[in-house]
Ligand binder design. Structure first.
Ligand code: 5GP
Length: 172
């Protein structure tokens, strides 16, 4: 086990408090969760916010789907439902690995002229960075290992574990 459910719980509280403070004046914060990995983090984070907020989801291609292509290529599978122009947008990601996904999403959403655009990620693997992206609200920095639990999967398994665990190579 890498991060216990209790540690995740405490950190999500702290992130929600920091986001509440930063957006104290917002009319409506738009949380854009990146499917599927962020669904549990998003649910916990959103329920702890006091500022007015609404929830959107976006889906992009995962590793397996892009193996044969340019490894940096990200494909949009499902877009947000409503326009984000002029709004305060916060992207909610499970994990930032190479940075390709978050960098793609930042470009995609910035082109829609939100009022502000920031990022929140539960986990970051700095050793794997290929594209530098600013993470405004970060839960934990972790080493270069494959993690599962709290929304994160391996081949769709382990997503609903309450804690975050390293999946050793022999179990993949
Ligand atoms: P990036 O584009 O930053 O390389 O990758 C981001 C995506 O890769 C994440 O949203 C997640 O879907 C997947 N990913 C990267 N590392 C891990 C990991 O350790 N465990 C799981 N389950 N997914 C990961």
């Amino acid at each position: 086990m890498l991060i216990s459910a209790a540690d995740i719980d405490r950190r999500v509280d702290e992130l929600a408090a920091a986001i509440d403070e930063a957006y104290a004046e917002t009319e409506m914060l738009v949380l854009v969760g990146v499917l599927k990995g962020s669904f549990i983090f998003m649910a916990d984070l959103a329920r702890r916010l006091s500022v007015p907020h609404r929830v959107e989801f976006i889906a992009v291609s995962s590793y397996g789907a892009i193996e044969s292509e340019d490894p940096g290529a990200v494909r949009l599978l499902m877009d947000v439902r409503h326009d984000v122009a002029g709004q305060d947008v916060l992207i909610v990601e499970d994990i930032v690995d190479t940075g390709h996904t978050l960098s793609y999403l930042l470009r995609l959403l910035a082109a829609r002229t939100p009022r502000t655009l920031r990022t929140c990620a539960l986990l970051h693997k700095p050793d794997r960075t290929v594209t530098d992206v600013a993470i405004d609200y970060l839960g934990f920095t972790i080493p270069d290992v494959w993690v599962v639990g709290y929304g994160l999967d391996f081949a769709e398994r382990h997503r609903t574990r309450p804690d975050i665990c390293e999946l050793p190579p022999e179990l993949r």
